[in-house]
Design a protein around this ligand. Structure first.
Ligand code: TMP
Length: 218
């Protein structure tokens, strides 16, 4: 088996920058690394992503939203993540099952047991070996995320950025609770630090945990 690392955090926390830097570093060291993301990561899940993030879909019900995340994840796991892990790759995924607990349970208020059951089925036995939580004040992150959306051409993926600050504060609380529930799986880094400082910390902590057998090609 390979090694599965997920990155999580509130909007604009900087996790996408960090996961890309880590991917480059691991690849430059000769490690077989696959970088993917949720929602999305394969053509069918990317189509579901469009529905989920389109600001015109504000009427999407919390339960329908949850099911769409589950559907996208089921497809992504079977088509991309599980085969890549079976082929002994290091898989880096920008958001995964913890995001559904943080956003749909803590954020939207859906029952955690329903979400855990959905994740159990959608993940098909795949669980992250390590999760990097880039912690960030939602005030700071939201401003950053909204600036990025304004500067990007193409579809405005902003359905969540339009949520109130209180929603994002609950999401952050959810992530911190998940990290406290599983301290062995989570690494929490301070997203307020400079990009290179955060990146150096993540690289050191992740490389230390990657099994020796996967370093063999270095
Ligand atoms: P991104 O901004 O990291 O690309 O993520 C897209 C949005 O989807 C983000 O606002 C968080 C949200 N999301 C959920 O609400 N539940 C989930 O399970 C996932 C994977 C993402």
């Amino acid at each position: 088996m390979g090694y599965f690392v997920t990155f999580e955090g509130v909007e604009g926390c900087g996790k996408t920058t960090q996961i890309r830097l880590l991917s480059k570093l691991l690849s430059s060291r000769g490690l077989n690394t696959i970088l993917t993301r949720e929602p999305g990561g394969c053509p069918i899940a990317d189509k579901i992503r469009t529905i989920l993030l389109d600001a015109d879909n504000r009427a999407l019900s919390p339960l329908a939203e949850l099911m769409l995340y589950g559907a996208a994840r089921a497809q992504h796991v079977s088509e991309v993540i599980a085969p890549a892990l079976n082929a002994r790759n290091i898989v880096l995924c920008d958001r995964f099952s913890d995001a559904t607990v943080a956003y749909q349970s803590f954020g939207r208020g859906l029952d955690r047991t329903v979400i855990d059951t959905l994740n159990l089925h959608a993940c098909q036995g795949v669980t992250p070996d390590l999760t990097v939580l880039v912690d960030c004040d939602p005030n700071v992150g939201l401003e950053r995320a909204r600036r990025r959306i304004d500067a990007t051409s193409g579809p405005r993926e902003e359905r969540f950025e339009l949520e109130e600050l209180s929603f994002h504060t609950r999401v952050r609380t959810g992530y911190m609770q998940l990290a406290a529930e599983e301290p062995g799986r989570f690494i929490v880094v301070d997203g307020a630090n400079k990009i290179d400082v955060i990146s150096a910390e993540i690289s050191r902590l992740v490389i230390d945990r990657i099994p020796e057998t996967l370093h063999a090609v270095c």
